[in-house]
Design a protein around this ligand. Structure first.
Ligand code: XMP
Length: 527
């Protein structure tokens, strides 16, 4: 395992991704992590970049024990500066912030062959790298030698002459650094001597064993499923591990996509053999949403009602277990938490400001006295997709667009009524059907139809109409934190067709608009 210490750079996740792509397992932890408290012994440590300057009063600092751990260290950007400061060198602000491409020339050190390992196999006089920094090393720490420089950065890369410590000013993890992956491989495989043996197949076997060990031979696990890729993959894994002692619950909140509940039940229950129960609570949810127009209020009502319904289902399953004199009890709650959520909640900066209250089932743990089990907590989204494929999930499911917990309730602006939900649902299903038919589904990260709370004038035949407006959204994004609208000339032609289908087929709609706002300043959902 490689330990990556995160000083808050926007690229920290990427370093983790790149190392795992090399087949080496690694964990990203906050830079404040004490080495003594680690649950594993790292074979190497990478210090990430940071938005801070090392000389800031509140600059994040690494546990000094890192430098005595006896393992190779690679400092990237701030990581280099932190190492330099700690070991007695100097860091200063650059005259100009450097952002963009730079060309490195590498220096050879026949007298210390070890330090040349980092750039081994790279084109020495012309290494294309990506820089993004406002500070730089102005004097290397004692014992360090320069291994590469650029025109403006005389200490673009340094290495210790005796210890396996390396520092680089540029970012090997971004694709603009042409041979970045080669450099990381040199560090992780050759310098740290890690084995490239981490694969998704191995993960599946280990995780199934781990789940069996944790749950034991008689107890049961309950988990909510939504039809999304994360909860489906988690459920499939759990089913693989403990069979029918896993109980999946699908809460029909009345604001799911068209035919969603029936489809999910068919897929998980009939196709995968998972023990699944559908809790039909549509009327309860819609009843509680009556008259509510505030987005946050809607989210809260749906979140709380979800917990009520799920708990009731838990009690029913528990009673059934008693009735059939099962030995075991429900002791665990399955959640499809992913690595980015874990990182977000353990960041040294603390969780970021709440823009929207996301729907989650954390509240269940206290009430139901359950322990949490999270088989995906070490994985990124695309790793979950790869896992889904290994577990035999259909491509259609593996590549499904995300769908928010509060569902169509936050896509029906204004009051959520059954009639409004049906309009939004039908428009959405036509939209998605056309997107798939025209081959756009995989290129778009997320698409949906929202129903606006306004009416517009139109003309149909000889008659004036006065009806509602559907807004179509389609975005491209890697991480859903920022997003661009999906746009191309051919796409707009396709949108024209979709618009006329929606207006013809969905009663109550006479106008369709396309949302051309990026995130930020807009968000992906309308509420
Ligand atoms: P926003 O609207 O914040 O959405 O740009 C970012 C991503 O998160 C999804 N989303 C949610 N997912 N529960 C979820 O599970 C929620 O409450 C929720 N709200 C937004 C949204 O669909 C997009 O993919």
């Amino acid at each position: 395992t490689v330990l990556i210490l995160d000083f808050g750079s926007q690229y920290s996740h990427l370093i983790t991704r790149r190392v795992r792509e090399l087949g080496v397992y690694c964990e990203l932890l906050p830079c404040t992590q004490k080495l003594a408290d680690l649950h594993f012994k790292p074979k190497g440590i990478i210090l990430s970049g940071s938005p801070y300057s090392v000389y800031d009063k509140d600059a994040p600092r690494v546990d000094p024990a890192v430098f005595d751990a006896g393992v190779p260290i690679l400092g990237i950007c701030y990581g280099l500066q932190e190492m330099t400061t700690f070991m007695g060198g100097k860091v200063d602000a650059c005259d100009h912030r450097e952002y963009g491409h730079a060309v490195l020339s590498v220096k050879k050190h026949p007298q210390f062959p070890f330090v040349d390992k980092l750039f081994a196999g790279l084109n020495g006089d012309n290494v294309q790298v990506w820089m993004s920094h406002g500070d730089q090393v102005s004097a290397a720490a004692p014992g360090f030698t320069v291994i590469a420089e650029t025109r403006t950065a005389p200490f673009a890369a340094v290495a210790h002459e005796e210890k396996p410590f390396f520092g680089i000013q540029f970012h090997p993890e971004v694709t603009h650094t042409v041979d970045g992956q080669k450099l990381l491989k040199n560090f992780v495989i050759d310098i740290c001597q890690c084995n490239a043996s981490w694969t998704m197949e191995e993960f599946v076997d280990k995780e199934i064993e781990r789940i069996r060990g944790v749950v034991g031979p008689i107890d049961h696990v309950i988990g909510a499923v939504s039809g999304g890729v994360d909860s489906t993959v988690a459920a499939r894994l759990m089913h693989e591990a403990i069979g029918t002692r896993f109980h999946a619950v699908l809460v029909d909140n009345g604001v799911m996509r068209l035919n969603e509940c029936a489809n999910v039940k068919k897929m998980l229950g009939d196709k995968m053999g998972i023990n699944i129960k559908v809790a039909d609570a549509a009327d309860l949810f819609l009843g509680r949403l009556k008259g509510v127009t505030d987005p946050e209020q809607k989210r809260k009502i749906i979140g709380n009602t979800f917990i009520n319904v799920f708990e009731e289902e838990g009690v029913l399953i528990e009673q059934e277990l008693e009735r059939t004199q099962s030995q075991g009890k429900i002791k665990y709650l399955l959640q499809g938490t992913l690595y980015p959520d874990v990182i977000e909640s353990i960041s040294f900066k603390g969780p970021s400001a709440t823009i929207k209250t996301h729907h989650n089932v954390g509240g269940l743990l206290d009430d139901m006295k359950l322990k949490l089990i999270e088989p995906l907590r070490e994985l990124f989204k695309d790793e979950v997709r790869a896992l889904g494929k290994i577990l035999g999930l259909d491509d259609e499911l593996v590549w499904r667009h995300p769908f928010p917990g509060p569902g169509i309730a936050i896509r029906v602006l204004g009051e959520v009524t059954k009639e409004q939900v049906e309009i939004a649902r039908l428009a959405d299903s036509i939209y998605i059907e056309e997107i798939k038919k025209n081959g756009y589904y995989r290129n778009i990260s997320q698409a949906y139809a929202a129903l606006l709370p306004i009416k517009a004038v139109g003309v149909m035949g000889d008659n004036r109409t006065y009806e509602q407006v559907i807004a179509l959204r389609a975005v491209e994004t890697k991480d859903f934190m920022t997003a661009d609208i999906f746009a191309s000339a051919e796409w707009f032609v396709c949108l024209k067709r979709i618009s006329s289908r929606i207006i013809n087929e969905v009663k109550g709609v006479n106008r369709v608009v396309y949302d051309i706002s990026s995130k930020p300043p807009a968000t992906i959902e309308w509420e």
